[in-house]
Design a protein around this ligand. Structure first.
Ligand SMILES: [Zn+2]
Length: 192
């Protein structure tokens, strides 16, 4: 409950900082929302980004995470905070995209084998990136434990735990039960 109140307060700050748009938005996944995060600006703000990172790390405090993996530079900023706030602090590794697939640098391979891995990205859009990274982690002998992000906009059922930190605050709906659709609010295609 305290955590939910803290997140409400954090969302208010995100809104006041101008990092939240209000309207009616459609994502490529097909889902709609009445609130849209400016993910880039949000992660530029180290004060707000650090608290998002703490909140995600906190969600996985009991998951005995050994290492954090982020698929992209967009997820990297958040992943650094999550790794920092896990207790004890955990390293963060990054895969290299190669021929449409991910691989890990030699130095990271030994860090993954036999380890419990948390995947962090800024947003989960189609879910494809996270799923590919999960497969790569498994192929390198790691155990993917969960996926954390600012928001999960995919609507995908993942085989492991997914935590979209701000999902409860973004008013995300399938078009069928979207209140903004019912009210005839003009729809903006987000483009991702
Ligand atoms: Zn709608």
């Amino acid at each position: 409950m305290v955590q939910a109140e803290r997140l409400q307060g954090l969302m208010r700050e995100v809104d006041e900082a101008g990092f939240l748009s209000h309207g009616h938005f459609a994502f490529r996944s097909g889902l709609h929302a009445t609130k849209l995060l400016d993910r880039d600006q949000l992660l530029c703000d180290t004060q707000i980004a650090s608290r998002m990172g703490y909140a995600i790390a906190r969600h996985f405090f009991l998951s005995r995470i050994d290492i954090v993996a982020a698929p992209s530079v967009w997820g990297a900023g958040l992943a650094q905070w999550v790794g920092f706030f896990l207790d004890p602090r955990r390293p963060v590794i990054y895969p290299i995209p190669a021929n449409g697939q991910y691989t890990f640098p030699e130095s990271s391979k030994a860090m993954i084998d036999g380890k419990r891995v948390l995947v962090i990205d800024n947003l989960i859009l189609s879910g494809k990136t996270a799923q590919e990274l999960v497969q790569t982690i498994t192929a390198h002998g790691g155990t993917p434990i969960g996926i954390g992000a600012l928001a999960d906009l995919s609507g995908v059922e993942f085989p492991i735990a997914v935590h979209g930190l701000l999902n409860p605050y973004l008013d995300i709906h399938a078009p069928d039960d979207c209140p903004a659709c019912a009210d005839g609010v003009p729809l903006t295609e987000v483009g991702y």
